[in-house]
Design a protein around this ligand. Structure first.
Ligand SMILES: Nc1nc2c(c(=O)[nH]1)N[C@H]1C(S)=C(S)[C@@H](COP(=O)(O)OP(=O)(O)OC[C@H]3O[C@@H](n4cnc5c(N)ncnc54)[C@H](O)[C@@H]3O)O[C@H]1N2
Ligand code: MOO
Length: 488
């Protein structure tokens, strides 16, 4: 195991001893909420309140902890680790199998859902020839005799036909009377003596008339299946005649939080710690467009876990903790007892390498997230996100890319996921990225994918988006398209 050699506070998570960051960050109170990577206070353009907060003095270098394991001792339980890209692909394929049929929902319940089929126009748009302006509908060349009784308003029945040489007042959105050849805006016409209308500029036939079907004809495809229902889509669908939309069902998820050491309130005490994953996972999964059926605390009870896993109605069961080989790590034995098929059993990624994916009876799946909180986030992004994305019918996320400002130490063989923020055109790795830490990810814009061997300053890295962070200007700089956002 090689001791870390990276910049102060940059934690080569999992490259050494899995202690939750081999290099312990400096003492709290250094004023660095998240621990932005690289030398702080170098006047490199970091500005603004958040930047100041993030860029305060980086934690002082700490000496490497002494090895806490006898190198001659038996190796801990290791799974056959799947390479990180392959694990994501396996998860995506698992999610794509057996997708449920689309369902109709009222328009006002469709926001944030994905279209279950092509949105085809149910009507021509506009559905009749329409005046684009307030003014006059005229027939033939002017001047025109004004028909004072023939004014046409929006929403009214079809007006009488307009005879050649006649003009009637017309409102924006009103139906064009048959026989009308143009609309003259009120500010471009004057009424003369004898009830005559005179144009003050040239009148081009068809001007300011929106012809029926200008935007679409009945049956025209407006949006493809899989499109995200945004507020604009709701408006388009309503305009095109829809009262309800066919949308893809949201995947259902149930979260099972394992561990007798977890508290749901108050301060840690006597070896007990707060459950950080229950509060994190439900909202995160909702932001990924899922229906979270519930978050249950199971403790370290193998029977209760077996009952919860086999009895869950969710498309995806997510467990936290218990993936390793400790005395109360029940996930593997319970999966074996349940007859589950392990599709991924350990991934070559740090943190989070004990993560797993299993197929349960009835086409359901289980993602086992490691208990260390950032390791769990890594598992969420590596296995749960691609599975749920495929299950909900969304295309694979295109990672966006950017140059990393500072060197990032890599694992010799495994991929690393490192919380980063965008600063200018660069990705800046955050400190406090150890497997047991959430301080970095809480301040992050994304998780950079650091290939085995690490990255040098200036290298271009893929970034996994977080569901609440826009890809920002960086994606434009790097020339890749932003990924779609979810409204839920
Ligand atoms: N002999 C070995 N031990 C461990 C290995 C290994 O390969 N061999 N891998 C280490 C790695 S890496 C990780 S990650 C963890 C994974 O452990 P589990 O998934 O079994 O998780 P637990 O042991 O239950 O918990 C680990 C750690 O995380 C804390 N925890 C658990 N749940 C929560 C929660 N909801 N909120 C906050 N913190 C949580 C728990 O208290 C432990 O400290 O295994 C290593 N061990
Ligand atoms: O160290 Mo583990 O990698 O937290 O997943």
């Amino acid at each position: 195991m090689t001791p870390p050699t990276s910049a102060p506070g940059a934690d080569p998570a999992g490259t050494t001893d899995g202690n939750g960051g081999a290099r312990t960050p400096g003492p709290a109170g250094t004023g660095d909420p998240a621990g932005i990577g690289g030398p702080a206070g170098t006047g490199d353009g970091l500005s603004g309140a958040l930047d100041d907060a993030l860029a305060l003095q980086a934690p002082a270098p700490a000496t490497s902890p002494p090895p806490d394991r006898d190198p001659a001792a038996p190796r801990p339980h290791r799974h056959h680790a799947t390479p990180w890209p392959e694990a994501r692909e396996t998860a995506r394929r698992a999610g794509g199998s057996g997708r449920p049929a689309p369902e109709p929902v009222p328009l006002d319940a469709a926001l944030g859902r994905l279209l279950g089929g092509t949105l085809a126009a149910l009507t021509d748009l506009p559905s009749f020839d329409t005046s684009a302006m307030d003014g006059w509908a005229v027939a033939g060349p002017g001047p025109w005799r004004i028909d004072e009784d023939g004014a046409v308003l929006a929403g009214h029945a079809r007006a009488a036909a307009l005879g050649d040489g006649t003009a009637v007042r017309i409102a924006t959105g009103a139906r064009i009377p048959s026989g009308a050849t143009a609309v003259i805006r009120s500010e471009h016409a004057r009424t003369g003596t004898g009830g005559r209308l005179h144009a003050e500029r040239e009148v081009v036939p068809g001007q300011d008339i929106r012809p029926r079907g200008q935007e679409c004809r009945t049956g025209d495809p407006l949006l493809p299946a899989g499109a995200l229902v945004t507020p604009a889509v709701l408006g388009l669908a309503a305009a095109a005649g829809y009262d309800e939309l066919l949308v893809l069902p949201r995947p259902t998820v149930e979260v099972l939080v394992l561990g007798d050491e977890l508290l749901t309130s108050g301060l840690p005490h006597e070896g007990l710690i707060r459950d950080a994953l229950g509060p994190l996972l439900g909202p995160w999964l909702q932001a990924l467009g899922t229906d979270v059926l519930g978050t249950r605390r199971i403790g370290d009870d193998a029977d209760a876990l077996y009952t919860a896993v086999t009895g869950s109605a969710a498309d995806l069961v997510i467990t936290t903790g218990g993936t390793a080989a400790g005395p109360v790590d029940h996930v593997h034995p319970v999966l074996a007892k349940a007859g589950a098929e392990l599709l991924v059993d350990g991934v070559s990624v740090r943190p989070g390498h004990p993560m797993l994916l299993a197929r349960l009876a009835g086409g359901r799946h289980l993602v086992g997230l490691p208990g260390n909180p950032l390791a769990a986030v890594s598992g969420l992004l590596t296995l749960a996100e691609p599975l749920l994305r495929a299950r909900s019918g969304r295309p694979a996320a295109e990672p966006y890319r950017g140059p990393v400002r500072d060197e990032v130490q890599g694992h010799p063989h495994d991929t690393r996921l490192v919380p980063v923020v965008h600063r200018g055109d660069h990705l800046v790795p955050l400190h406090y990225n150890g497997p047991a830490m959430l301080r970095g990810i809480a301040a992050a814009d994304g998780m950079a994918v650091v290939p085995p061997g690490g990255a040098r300053a200036g290298d271009t890295l893929d970034v996994l988006d977080l569901p609440w962070s826009a890809p920002m200007a960086l994606s434009a700089v790097a020339g890749s398209a932003p990924t779609g956002a979810c409204f839920t």
